[in-house]
Design a protein around this ligand. Structure first.
Ligand code: TNX
Length: 545
């Protein structure tokens, strides 16, 4: 409530304060004025609280980025450098990153942009930050580097969209005055990319990571194996990648990540404060593995590689011991590449497996994940077996999902299984926006921008999964399945503008939820995506400038 009141107040005040400089909608002619001042807090996701007021801060030729990191100065400096790299191309300013104090003579200690790590700032938690902006300085404070990084994303959105360009642009570069205090609603804010149906290169995945980071998404779930392709090198079973990864939907060449490439991706994500959750989908969705090793098949015959888009036809052989040798090797090697907590074992659409076999399989496989120090994640069908202690189930149901299936998930949640919500008819980024969308699938219905944003995770839990305790809810994740998605342009067209809405559902307090306000903040992102060279769907529901 307080958050909402502050936000309303903030919009009111900054609206007035912004008048002399123009506002986010541009000048009287409707063109973007170079003096545009983004009202404080008019960013995505909406901050928890905003108190706008006072003079703006202007970044100039003389602005310094000062680091106060104490014993963690190195981590704070890394975020400071990232900020400088964002701001330098368009401003053309040197923006040195300096320790503070003392700094070079002639510069007041408090001038410039300050990034401060404060170990006592427990109110900011693991990811929160405080941003204060006034005539002399902008200060970002956080307890953890992730908080500083998220604060940098806010600061970036407070500047005009052309700050994102890689060539010098006209200033001035002003940040509205006031204070933002911001902490996330949920700890798990994810996006999933299916690199199996179509393979995406390291560069393409890094591009998506950067786009996710801009909206404070902190988890990248990589769907690394499916019927159409196995995308990660496993030393003890080399044909998984070399054969199983050799093609993709439509019959193109496919591909896979070497361990060095995968480690590089994980490190790149970590530098943007995202944790990678690797998924090896089992026992179904395994044709690429079954095709690579005949012994994994119950009949000992390897099927051909598959390049279509059907689901539910493959299964590991639950009754064979070699299956569990395979699973142990794969999980061991992937766990060794994974600094994050979770290892996702899929478990969806195992239509060739009896419920008994499914339960047997999961009872043997889940302890292997624990043995290698990881926590089980699975699609919500895992609730049909007995989820391991601390497991997290990813709910991808929709309004027509049966009451029995929901009850099973709710019961697992009562027994301690965590839940991440990915309702297919709300936040599956591969669903078409409407009947004219060329990319994507339609099995969960059309999902326009408003539909993907305009729901509440806690209310969803209470109404769709009654009996599941609110404490089970870890957050939300937007999956992007890639049956029809072949390149970065396709990823961007389907993810934007829906992904920022999911990010906001994960980050912003429920009190800020408001489609009419959101669509205006979202619209202001369009020019930013254009400046970044991104594609997006020009939804008629959004008042693009
Ligand atoms: C269902 S969601 C699947 C995927 C498909 C997706 C297409 C889930 C756990 N399984 O295998 O790619 O639909 O939307």
């Amino acid at each position: 409530m307080l958050g909402a009141a502050l936000l309303v107040l903030a919009v009111g005040i900054s609206g007035v304060a912004a008048t002399p400089q123009g506002n986010a909608q541009g000048d009287a002619q409707g063109k973007e004025s170079p003096a545009t001042l983004v009202p404080l807090g008019q960013v995505v996701p909406a901050p928890a609280s905003v108190a706008a007021g006072g003079s703006p801060y202007e970044i100039t030729q003389r602005t310094r980025i000062r680091i106060e990191g104490g014993p963690r100065a190195r981590e704070a400096r890394a975020v400071g450098r990232q900020l400088a790299e964002i701001l330098r191309p368009a401003t053309g300013y040197p923006l040195p990153v300096l320790p503070s104090p003392p700094g070079p003579p002639g510069w007041g200690r408090k001038d410039g942009i300050r990034l401060a790590l404060d170990p006592r700032a427990n109110d900011l938690g693991a990811e929160g930050y405080r941003l204060t902006s006034s005539r002399k300085s902008v200060t970002l404070t956080a307890r953890e580097p992730a908080g500083l990084f998220h604060g940098v994303q806010t600061l970036r959105q407070q500047l005009p969209p052309r700050i994102e360009k890689d060539t010098r642009q006209r200033g001035p570069w002003k940040i509205a005055g006031g204070t933002i205090k911001d902490v996330p609603r949920f700890a798990y804010r994810g996006a999933m990319l299916d690199v199996s149906r179509h393979f995406f290169t390291v560069e393409q995945v890094k591009r998506y990571i950067d786009q996710l980071a801009l909206y404070k998404v902190n988890t990248l779930h990589l769907h690394l194996s499916d019927d159409q392709g196995w995308r990660i090198a496993i030393d003890s079973w080399p044909r998984l990648a070399t054969h199983g990864g050799s093609t993709q939907v439509g019959g193109g060449p496919g591909g896979y990540y070497t361990k060095a490439q995968y480690k590089h991706l994980v490190a790149y994500a970590a530098s943007r404060h995202l944790e990678v959750v690797p998924e090896i989908d089992m026992p179904g969705h395994t044709n690429a593995a079954l095709s690579s090793y005949a012994d994994l098949n119950c009949d000992g015959v390897a099927p051909p590689l598959y390049t279509g888009i059907e689901v539910g036809f493959s299964s590991l052989c639950v009754g064979k011991e070699i299956t569990y040798d395979f699973v142990d090797d794969v999980i061991r090697e992937i766990a060794a590449l994974t600094p994050g907590r979770y290892l996702h074992i899929g478990g969806d659409e195992a239509h060739q497996t009896t419920p008994e076999d499914y339960a047997t399989f999961m009872a043997r496989v889940q302890p292997v994940v624990a043995k290698y120090g990881k926590t089980v994640m699975g699609w919500h069908q895992l609730a049909g077996a007995t989820p391991a202690d601390g497991a997290v189930a990813q709910y991808w149901g929709l309004d027509r999902t049966s009451p029995e299936e929901r009850a099973e998930v709710a019961e697992a949640a009562r027994n301690g299984t965590g839940l991440v919500l990915s309702p297919a008819d709300r936040i599956y980024l591969d669903m078409k926006y409407d009947e004219d969308t060329e990319l994507g699938l339609g099995w969960a219905g059309f999902v326009e921008v408003r539909r993907s944003y305009d729901w509440d995770p806690a209310e969803y839990l209470a109404t769709r999964l009654p009996g599941a305790p609110a404490s089970a809810l870890k957050g939300v994740e937007a999956p992007l399945w890639s049956e029809t998605i072949e390149n970065s342009r396709h990823i961007e067209y389907m993810a934007f503008p829906r992904l920022p809405g999911v990010a906001e559902l994960g980050w912003s307090p429920a009190a800020t939820h408001d489609w009419d306000g959101y669509k205006v903040r979202l619209a202001a992102q369009g020019p930013r995506w254009e400046a970044l060279g991104m594609d997006y769907y020009r939804s008629p529901q959004v008042p693009w400038p």
